[in-house]
Write a protein that binds this ligand. Structure first.
Ligand SMILES: [Mg+2]
Length: 370
């Protein structure tokens, strides 16, 4: 059960979002970059994980290859909780929320994949849950800005069978255009503004969006750690969602104790992996907060989220990015059909990524061995 090899690899998958590409850090966003983590043990087993990358993928990869992988190599793959404690303690002075925790998240997920493969059980069952083969999903649309484009994509997502739609728009005009369509289809609407506003501005926008009856209003306040500011927006009566930028269990404890959220969104590739996400879900259960994990992923991070949701979330809803991918390493499993995703039910995460797709779209790889 000893960890003998850790490989990081970046695959870059072209996509079409149904409009002009979004920009981030001055660059057009035309490819989805995924940081895959492959962990090998002396039993000959291989586990897969995914570490959060986005525009900072090279930083996460440097943290993984240079610091986190050497801390993990040679250790037992079986005692995931103790290994998490030890690695996160060793790296805590480098940040409790950032590339080092993201990097470890990928390894931790791969260790759960290994645990499931060793036991011959899908992760959902290993977590004590039922393996639900289909899970309801929501279409998470990127930012289009133009109300006409927003409308066109919301119509397409509703026509594809989604009954939950999330926007990344910041104007009342764009939200109103979407709301007209979702109302006609009987679909729920959520709006995510990625921490766009000060508290006074967020209060004004909460009032502006109020007629559209949002299922949730996501991360309205800058900075994300202003839990009391977020609680003031929630007091306006709109359900608040947050958590993708929250550091671990104690970050969620602060959000919940401040009365800031209705919906908690732990992100498995960012928070430290599956174990920390399970702790957050338990905390949510104790406080009547709905867990709705953040999962705009197309790799093992999405699979891990789906298994955790299947096993542990009473009211399941899986976030799926509204994109047309040139290739998907998890095909055919996670392509949404009629607003639902299919959970692969093999041992561990249920399926391995397609090696053919990885070979075709890989843009870099580093192997570390014990
Ligand atoms: Mg979000």
């Amino acid at each position: 059960m000893k960890i003998t090899g850790i490989q990081s690899q970046i695959v870059s998958l072209p996509f079409d979002m149904g409009g002009p590409p979004a920009t981030f850090a001055g660059k057009a966003w035309t490819h989805l970059d995924i940081l895959l983590v492959r962990v090998e043990t002396d039993e000959g087993l291989v586990g897969w994980g995914e570490a959060f990358g986005h525009a900072g993928i090279q930083a996460t990869r440097a943290a993984l290859d240079g610091i986190v992988a050497p801390l993990v190599l040679g250790r037992s793959s079986g005692d995931i909780a103790a290994l998490s404690r030890s690695v996160l303690h060793a790296t805590h002075l480098l940040g409790r929320n950032g590339p080092f925790v993201f990097a470890f998240s990928g390894i931790e997920t791969a260790l759960w994949d290994l645990a499931g493969k060793r036991a011959g059980q899908p992760l959902a069952r290993l977590l004590g849950g039922e393996v639900r083969e289909r899970l309801p999903a929501y279409a998470s649309l990127l930012a289009y800005h133009e109300p006409a484009l927003v409308r066109r994509n919301v119509e397409a997502a509703c026509a594809a069978g989604y009954r939950h739609i999330k926007l990344h728009e910041v104007t009342e005009e764009a939200v109103a255009a979407a709301a007209e369509v979702t109302r006609a289809f009987g679909a729920a609407l959520m709006v995510d503004v990625n921490c766009a506003w000060s508290v006074p501005a967020a209060l004004r926008m909460a009032d502006a969006f109020a007629p559209h009856d949002l299922l949730w209003f996501e991360e309205p306040v800058w900075p994300p750690e202003d839990v009391h500011g977020l609680a003031r927006v929630r007091a306006r009566g709109v359900p608040i969602a947050a958590g993708e930028n929250t550091a671990g269990l104690f970050g969620f404890k602060a959000l919940i104790e401040a009365g800031a959220i209705d919906v908690a969104q732990p992100s498995v590739t960012k928070i430290g992996g599956i174990g920390e996400m399970l702790r957050v879900i338990t905390l949510c259960e104790a406080h009547g907060v709905r867990p709705a994990p953040h999962s705009p992923y197309f790799g093992p991070g999405l699979l891990a989220t789906m298994h955790v949701i299947a096993a542990r979330v009473e009211d399941p809803l899986v976030e799926v990015l509204w994109l047309d991918m040139e290739a998907n390493p998890l095909d055919p499993w996670v392509r949404a059909e009629n607003g639902h995703v299919r959970l692969p039910t093999g041992p561990g995460l249920g399926c391995d990524p397609s090696l053919g797709v990885l070979d075709r779209y890989r843009v870099g790889s580093v192997v570390r061995t014990a």
